[in-house]
Design a protein around this ligand. Structure first.
Ligand SMILES: Cc1ncc(C[n+]2csc(CCOP(=O)(O)OP(=O)(O)O)c2C)c(N)n1
Length: 640
């Protein structure tokens, strides 16, 4: 019987002998490859933490001890070991297992925030709480070298270092990569330590001595394991002589490592050692992203950080989507880069996912990967703008949340010409609540002078980007969806700044569409006209600031419907409604978009249906409103 079938929780794992663990690790890898290749998900990171997670669950007592996974994308092995194997065929699907830790799923999950670099602050807080309440519980945070480039992680380390009696273990899962290799001084330091581990490991005298010690000592009855533990301490001591403990010790943190993160035995011993110490300790494990799946190991771009549906043997993608907004942006950036050498690109550890890789290949000196450091990215962009460049900061919409203050104060208040390109704006789908890009329009609306466009097709994206890089005295923002590019949507005509997409005679209803939803807005107009209701459908082209031309259109319609792929609280529609009210316009408004809620995973279309963001629902609403006004119901049975 496979070992994995016997694991229904950490207690079963503890019953296995050390000799059985490599076989278990191999089974887990097979399980991961088989399942994740069918659902898509974070395959590479999980293949890298198999032994590490086994060791964590054998040394600590989850859920009494809290295991916190930074970002949480590498928590699949933890899920497998905590009784959730059966859920993997539905991973990231509606009602199925979340792709991140999830408190509703298991008592073993504590933190489900999948924005990086928060784990150490969570852990510091929890360890303080347990200490103050007199509870003897451990908190263990697992953080990647990528997440360790985020500022929050360093703010936390600064505090953890002086939390002498906190039962806190920080495990650095160092695979040398975020998506691409991790950048910066920290990465250089870590890789120095890692290389020394390799050097020590490959020193045959050291290996021989270690094997001898292991064989002899473990053979001794009863006390063998204990003595081996001590010897391991010695081994670490030897390494500490050879390896400068560097920056962590300089901070005042106890450092254990570097440890081979694929040697369960070694990781267990290091964790036990950390536990014995009693105060905060950092355990540095060297791992390999994508380990055990050749296609992942050989994938230079991201070691299969996140995959779609792939062939489980070859790793080849089995589902190919159409051309995306990301593709179109990447190509336009490269064209702009060739004619304007003041344009530079900034990414926060997401060069390929944001489409900046093409620009980076052509203009490596003008491309800056700052690590998972959105706040720094934004203020550094302000600095570059003030030095005469025009930075384009490409980031997923949800991650700009991190840098609101920097957008407001450093870019906005200083009137810096910086362009923000927000990919994955709107409902994204399988990554769940934290990954929908539904907050940006609301908070960006607070920044005085900021100009925002949600282009409706590729042509409009290109135009918006070219206009944006020419703005030198204000932040500009372009937001677009994760979806494939829609077919081009031609304007019937232009009214001032506004594109009219559809119109009938005697219009009562104005439908304002933004970005990905312009097509849907046009369909609403058609449905209304089929019901005999006059309608106009427009794309404001630039959503912020709200143009006088748009307000004039609002004033000439009785009912205004806005539809956006973003939050409706303080969103783009709400802004038009407010400006109209302030201008004394009395047209009635209804904003459609994403309500203020944390929306869990599912496909995008499932979520849009659930939110009523369909042409049918919008048309039904408008028809009912008009019918109520006229005191009769023109609804046909098919509309009901
Ligand atoms: C604030 C924030 N920015 C960007 C991301 C996107 N992201 C998810 S995982 C990841 C790389 C993480 O690297 P690391 O912590 O080393 O973990 P690994 O995947 O290598 O195991 C990035 C950039 C994020 N989750 N949060």
């Amino acid at each position: 019987m496979p070992l994995l079938n016997r694991i229904t929780g950490p207690a079963d794992l503890k019953k296995l002998s050390a000799g059985e663990l490599p076989a278990l690790a191999a089974e887990i890898r097979k399980f991961l490859i088989r399942n994740v290749s069918r659902t898509g998900g974070h395959l590479g990171p999980n293949l890298g933490v198999v032994e590490l997670t086994i060791a964590l669950h054998r040394v600590f007592d989850s859920p009494r001890d809290a295991l916190i996974f930074d970002t949480g994308h590498q928590s699949y092995v933890h899920k497998i070991l905590t009784g959730r194997q059966a859920g993997f065929p539905q991973l990231r699907q509606r009602g199925g297992l979340s792709g991140y830790p999830n408190r509703a799923e298991s008592e073993h999950d504590w933190v489900e925030n999948s924005h990086a670099s928060t784990s150490l602050s969570w852990a510091d807080g929890m360890a303080k709480a347990f200490r103050l309440r007199g509870e003897e519980r451990w908190v263990v945070a697992v953080i990647g070298d990528g997440a360790l480039t985020g500022g929050m992680a360093w703010e936390a380390l600064n505090n953890i270092a002086v939390g002498e009696d906190e039962r806190l273990v920080v495990v650095v899962n160092d695979n040398g990569r975020s998506y691409t290799p991790t950048v910066g001084g920290l990465a250089t330091q870590l890789s120095g330590l890692g290389q020394q581990l390799t050097a020590i490991r490959t020193d045959r005298r050291y290996e021989r001595a270690l094997r001898l010690i292991k064989e002899k000592v473990l053979a001794a009855p009863v006390i063998g394991q204990m003595v081996y533990g001590l010897m391991h301490g010695l081994k670490t001591g030897v390494k500490d002589v050879l390896v400068p403990r560097g920056m962590f010790s300089d901070l005042g943190l106890k450092y254990v490592g570097p440890i081979d993160g694929h040697d369960v035995d070694a990781v267990e011993l290091a964790l036990q050692q950390a536990k014995r110490y009693g105060g905060p300790v950092l355990v540095h494990c060297i791992t390999e992203k994508g380990r055990g799946f050749k296609a992942a190991e050989q994938n230079e771009q991201d070691r299969f950080h996140a995959v779609g549906i792939i062939d489980e043997d070859t790793g080849e993608p089995l589902v190919c989507g159409g051309r995306t907004w990301t593709d179109a942006f990447g190509e336009e950036m490269a064209r702009i880069g060739a004619t304007n050498d003041r344009v530079v690109a900034i990414t926060a550890a997401m060069l390929h996912p944001t489409g900046l890789d093409r620009f980076a290949r052509l203009f490596p000196n003008r491309t800056f990967d700052v690590g998972i450091a959105e706040q720094h990215a934004v203020t550094a962009a302000a600095g570059m703008a003030s030095g005469g460049l025009h930075p384009v900061v490409a980031v997923y919409a949800t991650f700009l949340n991190r840098a609101f203050d920097q957008v407001l104060m450093d870019v906005g208040m200083h009137k810096m010409g910086v362009t923000f390109v927000l990919d994955r704006a709107g409902i994204t789908g399988p990554d769940g609540a934290s990954h929908h890009g539904i907050w940006d329009s609301s908070f960006l609306g607070l920044v005085p002078g900021l100009q925002l466009s949600a282009p409706r097709d590729e042509q409009r994206l290109g135009e918006a980007l070219r206009l944006s890089v020419a703005v030198s005295d204000a932040p500009t923002v372009i937001r677009y969806s994760k979806e494939s590019l829609p077919e081009p949507i031609a304007a019937l005509r232009r009214q001032g700044d506004v594109d009219v997409l559809f119109e009938t005679a005697k219009p009562k209803v104005l439908v304002i569409g933004y970005g990905q939803f312009c097509g849907l807005a046009a369909e609403v107009g058609q449905r209304l006209s089929q019901q005999g209701i006059g309608a106009t459908v427009v794309d404001p082209v630039w959503a912020l600031p709200v143009s006088a031309d748009l307000l004039a259109l609002v004033a000439s319609h009785e009912l205004v419907i806005t539809v956006e792929d973003g939050g409706i609280v303080g969103g783009l529609g709400a802004r038009v409604s407010q400006e109209a009210r302030l201008a004394g316009i009395t047209s009635r408004f209804r904003e459609f978009g994403v309500p203020s809620a944390f929306i869990s995973h599912g496909t995008r279309s499932e979520i849009l249906d659930q939110l009523g963001l369909t042409a049918q629902e919008l048309a039904r609403f408008a028809t009912e409103q008009v019918a109520a006004d006229e005191g009769s119901s023109p609804l046909t049975s098919s509309e009901r």
